[in-house]
Design a protein around this ligand. Structure first.
Ligand code: DGI
Ligand code: FE
Ligand code: FE
Length: 193
């Protein structure tokens, strides 16, 4: 499937605001890939498709978990916010014909992040936060660092997400905490050097 076909298919499966968000993330991801010397075409596709499972609904979510035998933990299962990135990887692969492991992995990890993220995974994670449609306070601070230090951005994003989840009384997935701690350690190593 070429990019034009992907866009047309995605437009039909998402709400208008979510489709616009996807195009925005795609653009931010491309700019970051150029700046950081990552693969621009992979960033473009991962950015476009990262939320392809966002609007599928609970029944379809459960059907796909059964169909693919997706293994999840209790925290993931009770949260559609956590499931959409996991299921998104399968939809990108089987419905959009994406076979590139790096793109699929960037989609899979885009919500929680993980320790030791690849450059492409970091780019999608951060692009998702800073796209022009996002307007919460921390976003402005992240934008200041985005062409300087992606690890600093990841720390700002995860700190903000963790505080938001605590405020809302929601469960924090260990991956979110691991991503945050990994960013702290990576930054402290950079300062040391
Ligand atoms: O899909 P987007 O809205 O573009 O962004 P996203 O994929 O980063 O998802 C954000 C949502 O995910 C937001 O509602 C917070 C939620 N989330 C992120 N980390 C965790 C989480 N929810 C839970 N319960 N636990 C987490 O660790
Ligand atoms: Fe998402
Ligand atoms: Fe998103």
């Amino acid at each position: 499937m070429d990019l034009k076909e992907m866009r047309a298919k995605l437009k039909k499966s998402l709400s208008e605001t979510r489709y616009i968000h996807s195009l925005n993330v795609m653009e931010e991801a491309v700019k970051l890939a150029v700046h950081y010397n990552a693969d621009v075409e992979k960033a473009r596709i991962a950015g476009l498709l990262h939320d392809c499972a966002k609007n599928i609904g609970k029944d379809e979510e459960e059907r796909l978990v059964r169909k693919y035998g997706i293994v999840t933990d209790d925290i993931q299962r009770q949260s559609s916010a956590l499931m959409h990135s996991i299921i998104g990887m399968y939809i990108a692969r089987d419905e959009y014909g994406v076979d590139d492991e790096e793109i699929l992995s960037a989609i899979y990890w885009h919500t929680t992040g993980r320790p030791g993220m690849t450059l492409l995974e970091k780019i999608i994670f951060v692009a998702d936060y800073i796209e022009p449609g996002r307007n919460f306070d921390v976003v402005k601070r992240v934008r200041e660092y985005v062409y300087e230090d992606l690890d600093r951005c990841i720390l700002l994003c995860t700190d903000s997400t963790i505080m938001y989840l605590i405020q809302k009384g929601k469960v924090i997935h260990p991956y979110t905490l691991d991503t945050r701690n990994d960013a702290v350690l990576t930054l402290s190593r950079k300062t040391f050097l």
